[in-house]
Design a binder for this molecule. Structure first.
Ligand SMILES: Cc1ncc(COP(=O)(O)O)c(C=O)c1O
Length: 223
């Protein structure tokens, strides 16, 4: 349902790729890990070093991005905010992208003021840069607070999988009420965007369960 809501390009009988998480923080750790592993695999294949990954965000990112960077050893490159722009400036973000950038993270609903970042412009500028350089720098959208607002209030706004470089999106369930605290999701655009080796197959109570989470048990049930 969420993948469809975010316009994932799924065929008729194709299953969506995503996971229920404890909240957007866990969802972001997982999305970040997938980007890091994909980038490392690509660099290894090209015979290039893969020990200095970085991620580009606005300086307005929520603290879980700093946690991701520190715990998973990725340099966080933040676009500075200015008095007249309290969110990430897409042009400045794309300028900061280099061959070691695992993704650019945009926020739909900045924690500071609720403002949506311009994901469409970011996608256009990054597409041009990727063409020039041959890199394949992707975009993650942190839609923790805007993911269940934008599709309903601004259905024409292109911020989700309609944009070709958007490879994953997270959203929190508990920011909207009527659920227990501790629920969120991360959705990937397609199977190719989540490296297979990150998925654990466990046989629990007699059936194969593919899992990609940091926690095994959690205080809510999603499938
Ligand atoms: C933009 C953004 N990303 C991530 C988070 C972390 O979300 P959670 O509390 O669901 O882990 C928040 C929480 O305020 C947020 O506003």
């Amino acid at each position: 349902m969420i993948a469809h809501l975010f316009n994932a390009p799924l065929g008729e009988s194709e299953a969506a790729v995503g996971v229920g998480t404890v909240g957007s923080s866990e969802a972001i750790m997982l999305a970040g890990l997938a980007f890091k592993r994909k980038w490392q695999n690509r660099r290894k294949k090209e015979g290039k070093p893969c020990d200095k990954p970085n991620i580009v965000t606005g300086a307005n990112v929520q603290v879980c991005w700093e946690k991701f960077a520190r715990y998973f050893e990725v340099e966080l490159k933040e676009v500075k905010l200015t008095e007249d722009c309290l969110v990430m400036n897409p042009a400045k973000a794309v300028e900061m992208v280099d061959e070691n950038t695992i993704c650019v993270a945009a926020i739909l609903g900045s924690t500071l003021n609720g403002e949506f970042e311009d994901v469409k412009l970011l996608n256009d500028l990054l597409t041009d840069k990727n063409k020039e350089t041959g890199w394949e720098t992707p975009i993650h959208v942190d839609a923790a607070s805007g993911g269940f607002i934008a599709p309903f209030l601004y259905p024409e706004l292109e911020w989700d999988f309609r944009l070709s470089l958007v490879k994953s999106i997270n959203v929190s369930g508990h920011k909207y009420g009527l659920v227990y605290a501790g629920i969120g999701w991360v959705i990937w655009r397609s199977k190719e965007d989540l490296p297979e080796e990150l998925i654990f197959h466990i046989n629990y109570l007699g059936a194969d369960q593919p899992t990609f989470t940091l926690n095994f048990s959690k205080g809510n049930y999603t499938s």
